[in-house]
Design a protein around this ligand. Structure first.
Ligand SMILES: [Fe+2]
Length: 144
């Protein structure tokens, strides 16, 4: 992935500025019917904080520009209380760095610093009804 992003002018230039209302913009780079991969460039404005969410599949994120703080969460008791989660750490992702997400990963992303964040994101096949946004205070979740 590092070689692809660093060597491809096209990948690095396929993006739009974050939307003024939502603070985010997603540019789809690959979309083939029946071949379930997500390949996209995402821009976010400084200060934007995502919901706590999972992706229901593996993912790889390459930080092209700007910085993001990823806070990771885990299920405390997956068998009996799958919506009870707790924070387990964070990672500051800077330009040129790659983050891999396991299918069980739960994270929250904050765009830090003064610059727009630009990331190249690659996800596998999201399993049906497996992607959620979590509310730890109430131990609830809804589709994301
Ligand atoms: Fe995410």
């Amino acid at each position: 992935m590092r070689q692809l992003v660093l060597n491809s002018y096209w990948v690095k230039t396929q993006y739009s500025r974050p939307d003024a209302q939502t603070g985010v913009n997603v540019t789809t780079l690959y979309d083939e019917i029946g071949y379930p991969l997500t390949v996209q460039n995402v821009t976010t404005k400084p200060g934007l904080l995502s919901p706590i969410h999972n992706h229901g599949t593996w993912g790889v994120i390459f930080q092209i520009r700007g910085e993001e703080r990823h806070t990771f969460w885990r299920r405390v008791n997956p068998a009996e209380k799958p919506l009870q989660i707790e924070p387990v750490g964070e990672h500051l992702l800077g330009p040129g760095e790659i983050l891999s997400l396991h299918p069980d990963a739960i994270h929250q992303v904050e765009t830090v610093g003064q610059k727009i964040s630009l990331t190249f994101q690659f996800y596998g096949d999201t399993q049906p009804k497996s992607r959620f946004q979590f509310e730890p205070e109430t131990q609830t979740a809804r589709r994301f």
